[in-house]
Design a protein. Structure first.
Lengths: 300, 121
């Protein structure tokens, strides 16, 4: 439903996006996880035509957005750097947005005000950073968007408010089948909520997979062997990382773990074998470590 | 009601399956009882609704629950499910016995322990 194809962008000589491909299905919660400065915000800004790409295309419902601005009323983008018109209260801003978004709902707006407990008469500039985020979120949901673009919306909020944000997102996805593209560094939260994950690094999507596939294909194992050991190899699995502490070995494997276990048992006397699940954060670190990101060591 | 263990190697959909299977088996959820809706559970557990849907599909396939169009999911537990569930526990016991042998516990001792437990049950 939202498809980004080979999107590339240079700012002066700096390549910010390098042939980015993203595929979001209707009703999906898509998590964009990326290293700092990887280009997450730049992607959002291309979807909203704040930037124009050098090459590549963005499609919404099969239509190239280049020649069509109708989608704007169905999208809502909350920027990481929030900006509100001077002297506006939340009420003022909602009344203004009602004119831009045909589906905006006063009823929903009031429901959300109650849920978040925000003073809608107060000037937005006098709100705290967290309150501003809530105000922006209330506005976004009140316009009843079909596609919600959220740039680090939950980052920097307290745990209670974050939970409220996720509740609203889940409710809207389940009830109205909205589509959500969300970037965040809160990977433990994306972990259980997202259907699909794209990992962005240095302007490239280094991995795009459904959460289910992502988890099935990578696993951490620890095992102990009481004889001379050399790591086994096969085409059925790929050892991403391998370390040893005493006679216990740790490995991160991609591919078929059962085959690895079988091969290991056939060749060695395995006295211990544990499979440990990997959460999104660990997968993220492991994937990027494979690209040499964050592998430096520090010694005091 | 349902516990999710983030550090468990089992995928979340399987954990939800296991938790419900246990509740049904223990008769906490009885035949004909309504299951929580996918939506309710997604909000309580903060888990993607598709994950929960997947667990429900599996529970339905294994004949723990039945889906009634427009009404929701209901506990509908038959002997086939019962037997499958029992077998999965037998496998667990086998694994534990393997572990006991591995760490060097004497065969006779294992048999003695099992017998004692069964006799006292």
């Amino acid at each position: 439903m939202l498809k980004i194809e080979n999107l590339s962008k240079k700012f002066d000589e700096f390549e910010v996006l390098k042939s980015v491909n993203i595929h979001v299905e209707k009703g999906q919660i898509y998590g964009l996880a990326g290293t700092n400065g990887s280009g997450k915000t730049t992607i959002f800004k291309h979807i909203m035509k704040i930037y124009n790409q050098d090459t590549g295309n963005i499609y919404y419902d099969g239509k190239n957005i280049e020649n069509d601005d109708n989608y704007f009323s169905e999208f809502y983008y909350i920027q990481d750097d929030l900006f509100f018109p001077h002297n506006y209260s939340l009420n003022d801003l909602f009344n203004y947005e009602k004119m831009l978004y045909v589906n905006a709902s006063k009823e929903k707006y009031e429901k959300l005000l109650k849920y978040f407990n925000i003073d809608s008469f107060k000037k937005l500039r006098s709100l705290s950073k967290g309150q501003k985020k809530q105000a922006a979120f209330i506005l976004a949901i009140s316009t009843c968007p079909k596609v919600l673009l959220l740039d680090e919306i939950v980052d920097g909020l307290d745990a209670v408010i974050r939970r409220k944000f996720w509740n609203v997102i889940l409710e809207e996805v389940m009830d109205k089948h909205i589509t959500v593209l969300i970037s965040s560094h809160a990977l433990t939260e994306l972990d259980n909520i997202c259907d699909k994950i794209g990992i962005l690094h240095e302007g490239r999507i280094v991995k795009e997979e459904t959460m289910e596939h992502l988890k099935e294909n990578i696993i951490k194992v620890q095992f102990a062997i009481d004889e001379e050991f050399e790591m086994i190899e096969s085409e059925k699995y790929n050892v991403v990382k391998f370390t040893k502490i005493g006679s216990v070995y740790f490995a991160i494997l991609k591919g078929n773990v059962e085959e690895f276990k079988k091969d290991l048992n056939n060749k060695y006397n395995v006295i211990l074998f544990d499979e440990l699940s990997m959460n999104l954060e660990e997968i993220f670190i492991s994937e990027l470590g494979g690209l040499g990101y964050g592998t430096e060591e520090y010694k005091a | 009601m349902i516990k999710i263990d983030e550090s468990n190697v089992k995928p979340i959909y399987e954990q939800i399956y296991d938790e419900f299977a246990k509740l049904i088996f223990l008769d906490v959820l009885k035949n004909g009882d309504k299951m929580p809706s996918v939506r309710e559970l997604a909000l309580i557990l903060h888990i993607n609704p598709n994950t929960i849907q997947k667990s429900y599909k599996l529970l339905e396939k294994d004949k723990f629950i039945e889906s009634k169009k427009g009404k929701g999911n209901f506990v509908s537990f038959d002997t086939k499910a019962y037997n499958n569930y029992k077998n999965s526990f037998k496998e667990k016991l086998m694994e534990i016995i393997d572990e006991l042998i591995k760490i060097g516990i004497d065969k006779d001792e294992i048999i003695k322990l099992v017998k004692e437990r069964v006799d006292n049950a």
